[in-house]
Design a protein around this ligand. Structure first.
Ligand code: GLA
Length: 531
């Protein structure tokens, strides 16, 4: 399961990369069988996808047939005549890994649709026995746990998913990769128990679905790291999208270090889809040893530039994806300062697999994109210190989407208001953090602020509030300033306030908090070396 490493460690990686593989759900839904699963496992080998890194063969919903009086899950033997162990054994015989599926509550999502709440195949009340059966007896390696039954029973997600993680920890099999499928960002607790977690609705073959998932994950970068990943959902590549959408789909999943789980029928993929899936440069971006996600660093209209370090923190190489999420062709001058460089850079094109001498220049390089298309690059050159940290890339300690965004779905009382990331054209890069403060746990922290030399800085905080508000600033756990009676020009009428702080050489944590009363909304903070 989860193994935590140090973000600052630049030696060998001590955590697993996001998983890569195939899953039965997107194409086959519940129409699965031993023949389908083993056939797709064969295809992972014959297409060369396994050699490219796609090793997991994940069985999703649809293999059960209720629960017997002995308490054990019954397998649908018309679909799986030899049982589930035989399938895992076959997958393992090919040198691949096998994935299982269940639900936190009483029913899986499809069993609910087939026979409303009648099948009782979920984990609730059977956590330890089911886990031992799936992972010790049958020998599976991956576990996706859904929440339709959890919702039906109105279970507290944190409590129930933690119980499932504890059941997994009781298995003799110690290499189970655990995925929480809860359709919104569940809460910061999920990092403690899972290797990855879904962040949105189910993906489908529709540009709007892909775009929504990309946009949602723009403000979840702080929660990815040290072997724990936002799961942008299975890949719809090979399911009928045109090449430009598949380029965006693959590039955005990879720069965010999402699990890469192919969802199509592997026997029916267009050639260009196989090529995108096997793109070794993008796979390297996804599986990079730093295991981090990329914030937006530049935005013009609906063209977004994402950038993250690769191979080494503050090393010479960065991954950069430029995505045109609009419905019009677009041209953007990618600012070298925004992506973290100065001087002249070398630009390598991950789709064309060549050095782009035409883009290798100083100040900016120009990218032209068709609607819904993306460029993906490795940029190498002289690094500059990151000086702007957005509110939307900050870690919000109390962040969860369960009580807020999901309120409509749950129709249950709104409990404690949780902090949010919010969109506004008035905010730098279009997003800001809000509903902060008011209780002990509700703080904001930039957890990876890097200073090349250490020393004194002027920190400017861009904030807004409609009434007078206070907040405390701490650097590396030490209180350094109290802001009292901050300007109150209006919810989205941003002000900037400066404070002098000292940073140590290397990584620093900068926190804004107010346990007693609401804080202002935070758009961003910027740092300038104090001369
Ligand atoms: C939910 C999940 C999907 C899939 C189905 C199976 O909708 O989000 O990924 O597992 O259940 O029923």
């Amino acid at each position: 399961m989860c193994s935590c490493g140090s973000k600052q460690a630049d030696d060998a990686r001590d955590f697993d990369p996001p998983i890569m593989g195939w899953s039965s759900w997107n194409y086959f839904h519940t129409e699965i069988s031993e023949e389908v699963i083993c056939g797709q496992a064969d295809a992972l080998i014959s297409t060369g996808l396994a050699d490219a890194g796609y090793k997991y063969v994940n069985i999703d919903d649809g293999f059960t047939d209720g629960r017997g009086e002995d308490g054990r899950i019954r397998i649908d033997t018309t679909k799986f005549p030899n049982g589930m162990k035989a399938v895992a054994d076959y997958v393992h015989s090919l040198g691949l890994k096998a994935g299982m599926y269940s639900d936190a509550g009483d029913n899986t999502c499809a069993s609910r649709d087939v026979n409303p709440y009648g099948l009782n195949v979920g984990l609730y009340g059977h956590e330890v026995e089911d886990c031992k059966m799936m992972f010790d007896e049958w020998g599976y390696d991956f576990f996706k746990v859904d929440n339709c039954g959890g919702r039906h029973l109105d279970l507290d997600e944190k409590t129930q998913f933690t119980k499932i993680a504890e059941a997994l920890a009781q298995c003799d099999n110690k290499n189970i990769n655990f995925n929480v499928c809860r359709w919104v960002f569940p809460g910061t607790w999920v990092r403690e128990i899972a290797d990855s977690w879904r962040t949105t609705h189910d993906i489908w073959v529709d540009w709007g679905s892909v775009k929504t998932i990309i946009k949602e994950n723009m403000y979840l970068v702080a929660y990815c790291g040290e072997g724990h990943y936002n799961d942008l959902d299975m890949l719809e590549i090979g399911m009928g999208f045109p090449p430009e959408v598949e380029r965006t789909h693959m590039a955005c999943w990879c720069i965010q270090s999402s699990p890469l789980v192919v969802g199509c029928d592997l026997y029916k993929m267009p050639d260009y889809s196989i090529e995108f899936l096997k793109n070794a440069d993008l796979i390297a971006m996804d599986q990079d040893r730093l295991g981090i996600a990329a914030p937006v660093v530049q935005k013009e209209g609906e063209v977004y530039v994402f950038a993250k370090d690769m191979e080494q923190f503050y090393g010479p190489k960065r991954a950069v994806v430029v995505s045109n999420l609009s419905d019009e062709p677009a041209t953007i001058n990618v600012s070298l300062a925004a992506i973290g460089f100065q001087g002249t850079v070398q630009v390598y094109d991950c789709f064309q697999h060549l050095d782009r001498h035409d883009l290798s220049r100083s100040e900016y390089f120009t990218v032209k994109l068709d609607p819904h298309d993306s460029g993906a690059f490795f940029v190498t050159g002289e690094r500059i210190e990151k000086s702007v940290y957005q509110g939307e890339e900050a870690f919000l300690n109390a962040y969860t989407e369960i009580n807020d965004q999901d309120y409509e779905v749950y129709r249950r009382p709104y409990e404690i208001p949780s902090p949010r990331y919010w969109e506004s054209p008035s905010a730098d890069l279009g997003l800001y953090a809000t509903k902060l403060g008011g209780w002990e746990e509700n703080w904001l922290e930039w957890q990876h602020v890097y200073s090349m030399e250490g020393g004194d800085y002027v920190m400017s905080i861009r904030y807004a509030c409609a009434d007078k508000r206070n907040m405390s600033l701490s650097v590396n756990g030490k209180d350094v300033h109290e802001f009292v009676g901050l300007d109150s020009r209006g919810e989205l009428d941003w002000s900037e306030i400066d404070v002098k702080i000292s940073l140590k050489k290397g990584w620093n944590k900068i926190r804004l908090s107010n346990p007693e009363a609401p804080m202002p909304s935070i758009d961003r903070m910027s740092l300038k070396k104090f001369e």
